[in-house]
Design a binder for this molecule. Structure first.
Ligand SMILES: Cc1ncc(C[n+]2csc(CCOP(=O)(O)OP(=O)(O)O)c2C)c(N)n1
Length: 323
């Protein structure tokens, strides 16, 4: 029997919709040639970010990936700063210097999306070490993909986090593909959660298309981390509904053949049904939400378009390399 409150369930639903609409609007802009750089859409995976982040406070910290918009939105980042970053404008979260793959906001505990696959894993372990040394009850959550679980950084980060019992939850979003490589061609395990055994921590498989599965499993893992018992590895089985990047049709490596089955499990559709069954929402709830989200998006895009470009003279500001 689920313990979720109506408030949390509605938050998850709205957050999934906010992510979906942000991604759809970004894809539209990108396709029209308005945005520089690359886009990796999170559409299809919304249940994971939302079902995890509903448990977090602004002080909790997250690390993210190249497919990070969903994590940012679920952690509370606003559309204006995000669209401005995508447009490479001064008003973006990273002053227009980062783009889609490098959005960060320390005030809301977002230690960064990251173009380096697996790069967020040791950063999350380090953040968790800091939180432990400061004797807070705050935790770190680390999102990464199945491909990232083959990187040395995965093993090194989880090894130290488990040895030092750090307050961190590792969330592997297993969407079955690393770029164009199906999972069975890049690793011999089918459940990445099994790798937790090597580090003597719990490894749990969650249904990444079901917000309730994520919510329940994350709730336990986060409680464990907050109470000083150390990390958990959650593997969320999920699927991106689009190609690896916006513009990739997914036809060269079999994504197009499997995606239809996953679309039938669209978390927004199934969770809307769940909320209606519970009588927690009216029939027109989703449409009303979408219309107010759309208005916010329109305003944010306008804000981003009208914002100034970064100054050439500021190019080396906020750069931490030794030049
Ligand atoms: C260290 C490193 N190696 C390779 C790449 C190129 N690359 C970008 S995304 C990607 C696939 C990552 O797959 P996964 O971790 O499963 O995440 P997903 O794209 O499925 O969300 C690769 C190999 C990179 N950015 N960084």
């Amino acid at each position: 029997m689920s313990s979720i409150t109506k408030k949390n369930a509605l938050w998850i639903f709205e957050t999934m919709l906010r992510i979906r609409r942000f991604e759809e609007a970004s894809i539209d802009l990108f396709t029209k040639g308005e945005l520089p750089g690359f886009l990796h859409a999170y559409i299809g995976e919304e249940a994971v970010a939302s079902g995890i982040c509903v448990h977090l406070t602004p002080r909790d910290q997250i690390t993210s990936t190249h497919r990070g918009h969903g994590h940012m939105i679920a952690k509370g980042l606003h559309y204006k700063g995000m669209f401005s970053e995508l447009y490479a404008k001064q008003t973006g979260y990273c002053k227009g210097k980062g783009g889609s793959m490098h959005i960060a906001d320390q005030e809301l505990g977002v230690l960064g999306a990251n173009g380096i696959v697996g790069g967020g894993i040791p950063i999350a372990a380090g953040a968790a070490l800091g939180l432990k040394l400061q004797k807070t009850k705050d935790i770190a959550v680390c999102f990464f993909g199945d491909g990232a679980s083959n990187e040395g950084a995965f093993h090194e980060g989880i090894n130290l986090a488990s040895t030092w019992k750090l307050p961190v939850v590792f969330v592997c979003e297993n969407n079955g593909f690393a770029e164009s490589t199906p999972q069975k061609n890049h690793q011999s395990v089918s459940d990445i959660a099994d790798r937790a055994k090597s580090y003597n921590i719990p490894g749990i498989v969650a249904d990444g298309m079901d917000p309730m599965s994520i919510y329940e499993i994350a709730g336990e893992a986060i409680k464990r981390a907050r109470s000083g018992k150390g990390p958990t590895l959650i593997e969320a089985k999920t699927m991106r509904f689009l190609g690896h990047y916006v513009g990739d049709p997914g036809t060269a490596y079999g994504h197009d053949k499997v995606v239809g089955k996953w679309k039938k499990m669209d978390p927004i559709v199934t969770f809307e049904d769940f909320l209606k069954e519970k009588k927690w929402i009216a029939d027109d709830h989703k449409e009303k939400l979408i219309s107010s989200i759309n208005q916010e998006i329109e305003e944010a895009i306008l804000f981003a378009k009208e914002s100034p470009e970064p100054d050439f003279d500021d190019a080396l500001e906020d750069v931490y390399a030794d030049l």
